[in-house]
Design a protein around this ligand. Structure first.
Ligand SMILES: *[C@@H]1O[C@H](CO)[C@@H](O)[C@H](O)[C@H]1NC(C)=O
Length: 258
């Protein structure tokens, strides 16, 4: 231990303060000054990520430049997979709990598609992990190639829910012109047997996604469906009324859909 703990504390605070205030400059200098500074940027970016997940940080167009590396690492890490698995484990637990299906064909479950059933991480990997502003025509061009892999943990849950006899509805903010590619991609990676695939048509194209998805849920409820759960990676797929009995949020800090 140092002889002068107070001085050490002051120095440490200064270093931390410096790191928090100006990590861009420090980063450009190559992080040669030791571990503490490095941890500060990591702390900042992890806190940014968590606050996206908590829905405190909203409406962001791009991942902050200084966190692109961090978010890229997270979204391709086993931690991301473990976090997703943990979320979906709660669905399984919920499904196994004591409530009983009516068995009248009106028990329903909703899944979002992108970064819920299918992963767009390979696309974002080629586009600066959310650090570039979204180019819709470029993203849709990629989606049309039907190369999005399945998120394996969701595929397992999907099959479990299907096996229990619930009707599965896919409500996506993908546009109608992507229907064929979407179906092809889903089938190719192992999803099948959904009851309806709901995509956006020009008439609801200007609405916020949250409002569009809530409206689609209302239409299902009006048809007599009981929506037991929703699995999605965006808050706009989960919020708004009417909703499901339970909702499950998967991690995604690459982009924000309002
Ligand atoms: C968006 O992507 C398209 C197709 O890849 C490309 O032609 C266009 O230049 C891009 N627009 C911008 C603003 O980068």
């Amino acid at each position: 231990m140092g002889r002068n703990p107070a001085l050490l504390l002051v120095l440490f605070s200064l270093l931390v303060g410096l790191a928090v205030a100006d990590w861009n400059i420090l980063k450009q200098r190559g992080w040669s000054n030791g571990l503490n500074l490095k941890i500060s940027l990591k702390n900042y970016c992890e806190s940014w990520r968590i606050n996206v997940e908590l829905n405190n940080i909203r409406e962001f167009d791009v991942v902050p430049d200084e966190c692109v590396d961090y978010i890229g690492k997270y979204m391709t890490s086993s931690q991301y997979q473990v976090d997703s698995e943990r979320a979906l484990e709660q669905c399984t637990l919920y499904l196994s709990s004591s409530f009983a299906w009516a068995g009248d064909g009106k028990d329903a479950w909703i899944f979002d598609i992108d970064d819920t059933l299918l992963s767009t991480v390979p696309y974002y990997k080629q586009h600066h992990f959310g650090g570039d502003k979204l180019n819709l025509s470029s993203l849709e061009g990629w989606l049309k190639q039907c190369k999005a892999p399945a998120l394996e943990h969701t595929l397992n849950l999907y099959n479990e829910i299907k096996g229990r006899g619930l009707k599965i509805f896919l409500i996506s903010s993908r546009r109608e012109h992507l229907r064929e590619a979407t179906v092809d991609n889903l089938l190719k990676v192992g999803y099948s047997g959904w009851t309806e695939l709901i995509l956006r048509v020009p008439e609801d194209g200007c609405q916020e996604v949250q409002k569009y998805k809530a409206e689609k849920r209302k239409q299902l409820i009006d048809k007599g469906y009981r929506i037991w759960g929703i699995v999605a990676d965006q808050w706009s797929s989960l919020k708004g009324l009417p909703t499901a009995k339970r909702t499950f949020k998967l991690p995604n800090s690459l982009y924000y859909v309002a």
